[in-house]
Design a protein around this ligand. Structure first.
Ligand SMILES: [Zn+2]
Length: 187
């Protein structure tokens, strides 16, 4: 059964292609992730005003810890452009990139990064550290956090609340079953 997502996609006007516009498309990808029972994080890559890559987390369904939205989007964009260098591209992602994805962003020579929810624990484009600003690195990039932050926070929080609730119910049911079988044994 597909998990129901209580959030609905947003379709912004394509006339105003600002950071909110591209982030909304990343948010819609996060909703796609939820529908597949994946952690709802989405990413898109913009090149000359067009979205050339669009992806969401797929780690669970593919059993691949590297299948983060950003990594998948980077591969898509490079393949689309026929060039591994993404200097003229901007990545939009609903949550601050982790160490792995931030590393891939340096390696892909991304032009700029916009993210929704900051992550002071694991975020590596300004939260915990900034891989886009390594002093000796020959590629640096700017990051802008807090784009549609509330929206991007809400969906992640709701997903993890739902998971916690499901786990608690599972535990309670297991305890109940245990108690019942113990009672049966005693009879
Ligand atoms: Zn990541």
């Amino acid at each position: 059964m597909q998990p129901l997502c209580p959030f609905e996609k947003i379709f912004p006007s394509a006339l105003k292609r600002d950071a909110d516009y591209f982030m909304t498309h990343a948010y819609n990808e996060a909703i796609e992730a939820w529908k597949k029972d994946e952690v709802p994080i989405g990413a898109v890559i913009e090149h000359k005003g067009q979205i050339i890559a669009s992806a969401h987390n797929q780690s669970r369904s593919t059993n691949d810890p590297t299948a983060h939205a950003e990594i998948l989007a980077i591969s898509q964009a490079a393949s689309f452009l026929g060039d591994w260098r993404l200097n003229e591209c901007a990545l939009y992602v609903t949550k601050e990139p982790c160490p792995m994805c931030s590393g891939a962003l340096v390696i892909s020579r991304i032009g700029k990064v916009y993210y929704g929810l900051p992550d002071p624990k694991m975020g590596c484009v300004g939260g915990a550290t900034d891989l886009g600003a390594l002093p000796e690195s020959n590629h640096k990039f700017e990051s802008v956090g807090g784009v549609l932050e509330t929206l991007n926070h809400e969906i992640l929080k709701a997903f993890f609340d739902m998971k916690r609730q499901a786990n608690a119910t599972k535990k309670a049911n297991a305890l109940k079953e245990n108690a019942q079988s113990t009672n049966n044994d005693e009879e």
